[in-house]
Design a protein around this ligand. Structure first.
Ligand SMILES: *Cc1c(COP(=O)(O)O)cnc(C)c1O
Length: 339
């Protein structure tokens, strides 16, 4: 099977497994796991050293800790309508935190500064006030789209002026860094809080890190504990993350090239493809083409797995476990299955 449903399907390489097996560990609830601490420090350093890192089992938990640190029950979070926090976290912000969201439909998921300016509210006894704004870099439902740095800086200016927290769901921020050459520290400079995934394109089996201001860390550790995410000898997982940070960032350029290859082939086959900016390819299937679920089922029969991402939307995500020839084969199968 050629599996392009997501970049979460990667399996740890033998070398990564060896690094995990060799990890020095301790009880991380006592903050005594040296490998977890090394990972948290490493990620904080990569993003410029303004934050302190906290290891979490998942990206959802990393986002939820960041959101709840800034937005209380009945308070408001502004973000784009297709954000992962809105669409793919099972309503966690509302379920766990009673957080209200206020959203804008944005081109390829990227919030426009004018929309942020319009949505931000000071709040008074009759009006809910905005506590935080969240952006997603890269944007998943936007097809791996990348915020230009100037757009983020304009949003930062607005949130600073309004004294509102700016969070980045940076599950795939590594891809934006590789695609644009923007240093990770430049992103760290812009955001009050940031979540990053080790288990997507970086290829670790599990784990995320949430970056927060240092003075919030005791509270964040308690929140992680309440959510059931305080793990013990988690250094075994953290070692996979450290290994990935050393070896698997620069190679993301290959995944981007493979996504471009898939997009080119599908465009040549007459399909409507959103130009990929990183490792995600979105294919729109207008009438009279079959629906996405039908296309995905046909692809599966031919040995290719893709996601039905909407009634008429297919998503393919390139990653380290698929090479160029597998991507070319997958594109061929999708092209045939979509007619
Ligand atoms: C995958 C992802 C997350 C976190 O997901 P987990 O499966 O919980 O690790 C958060 N945001 C975005 C944009 C994602 O793609």
């Amino acid at each position: 099977m050629i599996d392009l449903r997501s970049d979460t399907v990667t399996r740890p390489t033998p070398a990564m497994r060896a690094a995990m097996a060799d990890a020095e560990v301790g009880d991380d609830v006592y903050a005594e796991d040296p490998t977890v601490r090394a990972l948290e420090e490493r990620v904080a350093e990569l993003f410029g050293g303004r934050h302190v890192g906290l290891f979490t089992p998942t990206g959802v938990m990393a986002n939820q800790i960041a959101v709840r640190m800034s937005v209380g029950p009945g308070e408001e979070l502004v973000l784009d309508a297709d954000a992962h926090i809105v669409a793919h976290e099972d309503g966690a912000a509302a379920w766990h935190g009673g957080v209200q969201t206020r959203t804008a439909l944005s081109p390829r998921g990227l919030l426009e500064p004018a929309d942020v300016a319009r949505l931000l509210r000071r709040g008074d006894p009759y009006t809910v006030g905005t506590r935080a704004v969240a952006v997603e870099q890269t944007h998943n439902r936007g097809g791996g789209s990348v915020y230009p740095l100037e757009q983020l800086a304009a949003i930062r200016e607005l949130t600073s002026a309004a004294d509102v927290v700016l969070h980045c769901d940076g599950a795939r921020i590594w891809h934006a860094h590789v695609a644009t050459g923007t240093p990770l520290a430049a992103y760290g400079e812009l955001f009050d809080t940031l979540s990053v995934c080790l288990s997507k394109g970086l290829g670790a089996p599990a784990g995320s890190v949430v970056l927060l201001p240092g003075d919030r860390m005791p509270e964040a550790r308690r929140m992680r504990h309440r959510m059931g995410g305080a793990m013990r000898q988690a250094g075994i997982l953290a070692a996979g993350g450290l290994y990935a940070l050393d070896r698997h960032i620069d190679r993301l350029a290959e995944d981007h090239a493979h996504a471009a290859l898939v997009a080119d082939r599908l465009t040549e086959a007459g399909l409507d493809v959103a130009a990929p900016e990183t490792n995600v390819v979105l294919v729109l299937l207008p009438e009279p083409r079959p629906e996405a679920a039908e296309v995905a089922a046909r692809c599966r029969e031919s040995g290719v797995l893709v996601s039905a991402f909407g009634p008429r939307l297919i998503r393919l995500v390139t990653h380290m476990d698929v090479d160029a020839s597998a991507c070319a084969k997958a594109a061929e199968v999708v092209a045939v299955s979509a007619v």
